[in-house]
Design a protein around this ligand. Structure first.
Ligand code: P1T
Length: 383
């Protein structure tokens, strides 16, 4: 059986990977080098300078392409660096339609960086995909979807948005950070670009910051590769290695993240001190059916609002947690808790973030793969 036809759980381990040519090392070596000897100008073995390409990064890029069912992977120094490369496909006057509820840093790079260069952004609630159409015009070049959204766990129907995008000849990029390819495959659903903060579930161990893009189309890959090399926001070989290693256990970690996430979501939903729980696995979630159709399971991210809580009460709850660590980020083996309004989403003006539900009392959990009873006991004592 060729590696192209492997099933997902095998692809995480073998996808795009080959034993090293020099000594047969099973794991790609960390090629900690900036440059490569040439016998004559241009006489090299495929690598000339590590901004342009590095063998450890190539191994990761191949793995990313394989697990996302794409043809080309590109790795960057962070998720935001990967987004930066996508935005550089655009020109002044071009318009972007973006999910209105998204990671605060993503909102910030759109509003504070690319708006300055004449790119116009429309932030739209996309739970009903037809809402997008009203914002499409001749200048629209890109639709940016994050699903599940960070932190409100809204679900966007990728297939429906992809149909709209194709109809209007607009590129569709999907930030697949929360779901990972274990849960959903945006390229198979019609997206043109998949983006990752590999800092999260792909790395999986909270020890690296890295970003990735995967596409199917060669011309799009060539344009993105040109930007990657010309702008230079690449990741180093050690970081590439760490994410490669992380990907090999993605499927087993995700299975446990989902199991633990389900148990914690149900615990919170039954807790008298909880006002509202945001988790797409509940039948009552507004887009539960779409989540069921496009995702394999519902993941380990949950947001909730304690009953009657204000800013100070929410802060007290996250401060009391002992097994959950109060920290930015998500997707590692260890459980993290965050307060979006003051942490991950502080760069979005209060008025804007409250429109999408990011109120001052909202708490976000990244449920890790510890013993779930320890996680539930920890939440219980914090309440
Ligand atoms: O942090 P970085 O690797 O640059 O990725 C940015 C990013 C992009 N997209 C999503 C959905 C994200 O969640 C992030 C980073 N998010 C956090 C740090 C966080 O705690 O939400």
């Amino acid at each position: 059986m060729g590696k192209k036809t492997l099933r997902f759980n095998s692809k995480t381990i073998h996808g795009g990977q080959f034993p090293d040519k020099a000594y047969g090392a099973v794991m790609p070596p960390i090629y900690q080098t900036s440059t490569y000897a040439q016998t004559t100008p241009g006489g090299h073995k495929g690598y000339e300078y590590s901004r342009s390409a590095n063998p450890t990064r190539t191994a990761l890029e191949n793995a990313l392409a394989s697990i996302e069912n794409g043809n080309y992977g590109l790795a960057f120094g962070s998720g935001l660096a990967a987004m930066d490369a996508v935005m550089k496909l655009l020109k002044p006057g071009d318009e972007v339609i973006s999910t209105n509820d998204l990671y605060g840093g993503s909102y910030r790079i759109f509003k504070k960086i690319f708006e300055q260069y004449g790119i116009v952004f429309h932030f739209v609630g996309m739970q009903d995909a037809s809402a997008i159409e009203a914002h499409i015009n001749k200048k629209t070049k890109l639709i940016w979807v994050e699903t599940p959204t960070n932190p409100m766990m809204n679900i966007i129907d990728i297939k429906a948005v992809a149909q709209l995008a194709k109809q209007h000849n607009v590129l569709l990029a999907v930030d697949n950070t929360f779901a990972t390819p274990y849960l959903q495959l945006p390229l198979d659903l019609g997206a043109d670009i998949v983006m990752h903060s590999a800092t999260k579930y792909l790395g999986g161990h909270s020890d690296v910051v890295l970003g990735g893009l995967v596409v199917k189309d060669k011309e799009l890959a060539d344009r993105l590769y040109f930007i990657q090399n010309a702008s230079g926001a690449v990741c180093g070989p050690m970081d590439s290695f760490l994410v490669l290693r992380g990907i090999k256990t993605l499927h087993v970690r995700m299975q446990r993240h989902c199991e633990n996430g389900r148990a914690v979501a149900q615990y919170l939903a039954n807790h008298p001190g909880v006002e509202k729980v945001y988790w797409p696995g509940f039948a009552s979630h507004p887009n539960h059916q779409v989540a069921k159709d496009q995702m394999k399971d519902f993941g380990g991210m949950i947001s909730f609002v304690p009953k009657g809580a204000d800013y100070a009460t929410a802060i007290k709850i996250v401060e009391r947690l002992k097994v959950f660590t109060l920290a930015e980020s998500l997707g590692g083996v260890e459980s993290l808790a965050g307060h979006p309004a003051s942490m991950t989403h502080a760069s979005i003006p209060k008025e804007e973030r409250e429109k999408s539900g990011v109120v001052d009392s909202l708490i976000r959990l990244s449920v890790g793969i510890e013993d779930v009873d320890d996680l539930i006991e920890d939440l219980e004592q914090a309440f």
